[in-house]
Design a protein around this ligand. Sequence first.
Ligand SMILES: [Zn+2]
Length: 139
Amino acid sequence: MFVIQTNRLIPERFDAYVIGPFVLVRPGKATPGLIAHEREHVVQWLVATIYGTAASLILCQIDAVYALGLMLQIFSPFIHPFLYAESWRYRRWAEVEGHRADIASGEITMDDAINRIQSNYGLPELGAGYPEIRAMFFR
Ligand SMILES: [Zn+2]
């Protein structure tokens, strides 16, 4: 994980943003809770990339799907960002895990985390109700 202090590439409403192993943080905003939150996203990216690479290596052993295996190998680093952007359920899960780290740092309460997840991540009303998100913290 590489932490870079910058104002570039970070969406306006956030203090930090993760691109693969790189954590971009606005200057002066790097609190332990924020770094722990972003570390969680780096781990999510790494796990998705490893699973994608493992699946690609298996596919490359089968002649009929060899090309598919090669393509998956190339696109493995993009599995997490793709799922995060395209699936609100995945995004909700990823943010619950990230905010769990925020809570553990003692910088925010569970109420703060739920309110942030509800309002900051473009979740549909149906999947972003307070009780649904709160329940995910206890799974
Ligand atoms: Zn997050």
